[in-house]
Design a protein around this ligand. Structure first.
Ligand code: FES
Ligand SMILES: [Fe+2]
Length: 386
């Protein structure tokens, strides 16, 4: 048998239309038709900070009245970065000549001009509208006349006695701000890849969650009005039957019930996969918990260590989602993949997201966009025992 020489292997390329998130790209324009959490609510403070979303850099702050603001960093006077500005009761003041902007971008003061700037209402600092909900700061970065309502999610609205909403932004064990150095799509399509669970999380690295997850499930995939859905049925060794339902929803929602199973029931949390740019993402999670900080503590530990504390050898011994997805490269080479039958969920997700991007390109609204009433999204996701 002759080895297929690497010398003859083409360099390969990726699906630009699938992974690019900048303005004017197919996926970038699709994503700009929805609200995205760009930070945890706790990260909007009196200290302005740079955040990234969909390939754009923005300044996030919270004024003295508690209102979050998200403005373009470049001051509309002569361009100094507002990240060096200072927050006041009603806005953010630029360090250079002291122009002050409200969270809506209105220029409130020009101290070098007579009377604080008689013409100041003529200039406006650009930015994006934000809303605070579920412990997250949501921004709408698309065409203003296409702005949808920020949806409500039943799973985050109906809390049982003793439950509270908790958030986490350290996703994939990367710690701190939780920036993961690869395309958001590599993580997102993993939501429709239930076959990696018994391998990567159930066998290869030992039982990263619970022993039941090592059982190879019977899997089906289907499309829903809100995205794609997978049902995984496992015959457990103790005779019970576990039906696990996971969903990927527009725009970037990862609706995955706890892999630790517990007593089962409806999905506990929603993770938004925020593309920071084409090659970095962050996961922002909001969910029901018994105490604050619980969501961030659910991550797998090895030798009692969190992911960031592990040595290189331990990463090798115990690879998880971070290693598997970042290991595909900053942007995976779609032209060099060999998709098999177990990848049909991944293929379905890509197809459905590209279909909606085409609708946006035709001038239509994409799936899940609602502009009237008080839309409540109800998921089917959960762990159900029988
Ligand atoms: S550059 Fe911001 S006030 Fe002059
Ligand atoms: Fe995983």
């Amino acid at each position: 048998m002759t080895l297929r020489s690497l010398y003859d292997q083409p360099a390969g390329n990726f699906r630009e239309d699938l992974v690019r998130v900048g303005r004017g790209t197919p996926m970038g324009e699709l994503l700009r038709r929805y609200w995205h959490p760009v930070a945890l609510a706790d990260e909007a403070t009196a200290t302005p900070r740079l955040v990234q979303a969909l390939g754009e850099e923005l300044v996030l702050f919270r004024d003295g009245s508690g209102r979050p603001g998200l403005l373009h960093p470049r001051c509309c006077h002569r361009g100094t970065s507002l990240v060096y500005g200072r927050v006041e009761q009603d806005g953010l003041r630029c360090c250079y000549h002291g122009w002050k902007f409200g969270v809506d971008g209105a220029c409130l003061d020009q101290p070098c001009e007579a009377e604080g700037g008689r013409q100041r209402q003529r200039v406006r600092q650009p930015g994006y509208e934000v809303q605070e909900r579920y412990g997250l700061i949501f921004a709408y970065m698309g065409p203003p006349d296409r702005r949808p309502l920020l949806p409500r999610y039943r799973e985050l609205e109906e809390l049982a006695p003793g439950e509270m909403l908790d958030t986490d932004g350290t996703g994939l064990g990367s710690g701190g701000w939780g920036t993961v150095p690869c395309s958001w799509m590599q993580h997102f399509e993993n939501v429709m890849d239930p076959f990696h669970v018994p391998i990567l999380h159930g066998a290869f690295s030992g039982a990263q969650f619970v022993a039941e997850m090592a059982v190879m499930p019977e899997v089906t995939f289907e499309t829903t009005p809100r995205g794609v859905l997978s049902t995984q049925i496992r015959a457990l060794p103790d005779g019970r039957r576990l039906t696990r339902v996971t969903e990927a929803c527009f725009p970037t929602l990862r609706v995955v019930p706890s892999p630790r199973l517990g007593e089962g029931g409806r999905v506990e949390s929603i993770g938004w996969v925020l593309p920071l740019n084409d090659t970095h993402f962050r996961i922002l999670v909001s969910g029901r918990a018994r105490e604050r900080g619980e969501l961030g503590q659910m991550r797998s530990r090895y030798n009692g260590k969190a992911w960031t504390e592990m040595t290189e050898a331990e990463h090798r011994d115990f690879p998880g989602d971070w290693e598997a997805q970042v290991g595909q490269g900053a942007i995976t080479l779609h032209s060099e993949e060999n998709l098999a039958t177990s990848d049909r969920g991944v293929a379905m997700l890509r197809r459905v997201w590209l279909r909606e991007a085409e609708r946006v390109a035709r001038g239509e609204d994409p799936a899940g966009v609602v502009r009237e009433g008080d839309p409540m999204v109800v998921f089917a996701a959960g762990n159900f025992f029988a």
